[in-house]
Design a protein around this ligand. Structure first.
Ligand code: F6P
Length: 348
């Protein structure tokens, strides 16, 4: 057992990467060393603790990483609770490396594992990450702000070429279950129509919005579509293939092409598609995400120091506090209907 202010903290980053992960890792190491803990970096998400790929992290290891995208620890979509032998290996490696505490940085899947481990007595604290911003329990995940700023810049650029060629531009953005990136990026970029998983729409309605713009002399349009959007009445999302990851997710992609084809066919307006893809997840975090990640990292260590395990740090208004992991991911956080209504004012 660790004595007050001492002990070993293992830290991992799981799921899709996002800008700001290194800010959290740096903050955890800085705060933990200040309070007298040792920190160990677990490589490639839950896989590293199942396989025992764990290395000490010192000040030198985190020096200069604040502005860097990605994660110095690596990540994976490993579910260590899928096979009993992996779960046993995880617990055995916690013993072997004498890890007293875990800090798990991730989205719904990684934090779902943390929640189950917490229920079984592992001293774990979660940090909510994902560009999708769909983790229930926090007002915002880090990575989201950076993704939105990338989408906004892309829409700005697409506007000028759309106008020159009098085209419809369909922009496909990430957002598996929720349309936070699409709605926020679309609002910031002045999109003419935004299509999100929360709100299926008929193709006739989408075309009518674009035709209305044409009728008032605006001969180009920007349509933002989240990858998880479904046309009204269509059951299945558009996927790249049928392969599932360890958490049962399919590889999404292609809905932009489907929508663009239909728009061109039905309206006769020349239409092009841009798929932003992983550009939204790469590169340097915004100032907001650096600060949010830093605040989350410091708070995660403070929670361990206060003995508040089984919790997740969160942004609550402007304050950082925490919520029990068991209350944090009971459902996904869907886009606020008020925000969708605001976006709709600018359609057409
Ligand atoms: O991190 C979540 C997410 O951004 C989803 O919106 C998207 O479906 C997924 O990542 C794609 O990630 P990958 O290509 O790494 O599996």
């Amino acid at each position: 057992m660790a004595t007050e202010g001492h002990g070993k903290i293992g830290i991992l980053t799981g799921g899709g990467d996002c800008p700001g992960l290194n800010a959290v890792i740096r903050a955890v190491v800085r705060r933990a060393l200040m309070l007298g803990y040792e920190v160990y970096g677990i490589k490639n998400g839950w896989l590293g603790i199942v396989k025992g790929i764990i290395e000490p992290l010192d000040l030198a290891a985190v020096s200069g990483i604040l502005p860097r995208g990605g994660t110095i620890l690596g990540t994976s979509r490993t579910n260590p609770l899928k096979k009993e032998e992996d779960k046993k290996a995880l617990l055995a490696n916690m013993e072997k490396f004498k890890l007293d505490y875990l800090i798990a940085i991730g989205g719904e899947d990684t934090l779902g594992v943390a929640r189950q481990l917490a229920a079984e007595g592992v001293k774990v604290v979660g940090v909510p990450k994902t560009i999708d911003n769909d983790v229930e329990g926090t007002d915002q995940t880090f990575g989201f702000d950076t993704a939105v700023s990338i989408v906004t810049e892309a829409i700005d650029r697409l506007h000028t070429t759309a106008e020159s060629h009098q085209r419809v531009m369909v922009v496909e953005v990430m957002g598996r279950h929720t349309g936070w990136i699409a709605v926020t990026g679309g609002l910031a970029g002045g999109a003419d129509c935004i299509l999100i998983p929360e709100q299926p729409m008929r193709i006739d309605n989408i075309c009518a919005i674009i035709q209305k713009r044409h009728a008032r002399g605006r001969l180009f349009s920007i349509v933002v579509v989240a990858e998880g959007f479904k046309l009204e009445g269509v059951e299945e999302v558009v996927t790249k293939n049928q392969k599932l990851d360890q958490f049962g997710h399919v590889h999404l992609g292609g809905v932009g092409e489907v929508i663009a084809d239909e728009i061109e066919k039905r309206t006769g307006f020349e239409t092009r598609v841009t798929v932003l893809g992983h550009i939204q997840r790469g590169g340097s975090p915004t100032a907001f995400d650096r600060v949010l990640g830093t605040r989350y990292g410091v708070k995660a260590v403070d929670l361990i120091h206060e003995g508040k395990y089984g919790t997740m740090v969160r942004l609550n208004g402007n304050k950082i506090d925490s919520i029990p992991l068991k209350d944090a991911m009971t459902k996904l956080k869907f886009v606020d209907p008020g925000l969708i209504q605001t976006a709709e004012i600018f359609y057409g």
